[in-house]
Design a protein. Structure first.
Length: 100
């Protein structure tokens, strides 16, 4: 799976349901995911649990956001589902435009 497709699929996971402030858990009891949860869920489905790819893609989104820990960015008070969705979709679009 291309990185642009991967991040677009992460955005789709966020669109289905987003959570924050779950401290150590990447999904809520009802299935909503945080940014890390979206990365993990899509990695498991698309790359057969290739955790080297997970780490690489995590680095890409962190660099895009200018942060060293996406959990803190996801959990920032006032952060919205739309902002998280847009972060993934914006990165997907950027990668496509750059020709991956």
């Amino acid at each position: 799976m291309k990185d642009s497709e991967f991040f677009e699929t992460c955005a789709e996971e966020i669109d289905k349901g987003w959570c924050q402030n779950k401290a150590g858990y990447w999904a809520s009891e009802t299935g909503e995911v945080c940014m890390v949860g979206a990365l993990i869920r899509v990695t498991v489905r698309a790359d057969d649990s290739n955790y080297a790819q997970l780490d690489r893609r995590r680095d890409i989104i962190q660099q895009r956001l200018g942060v060293s820990w996406i959990e803190a960015w996801n959990d920032t008070p006032g952060r919205t589902k739309e902002e998280v969705y847009d972060a993934f979709m914006g990165l997907a679009k950027k990668l496509r435009n750059e020709g991956e």
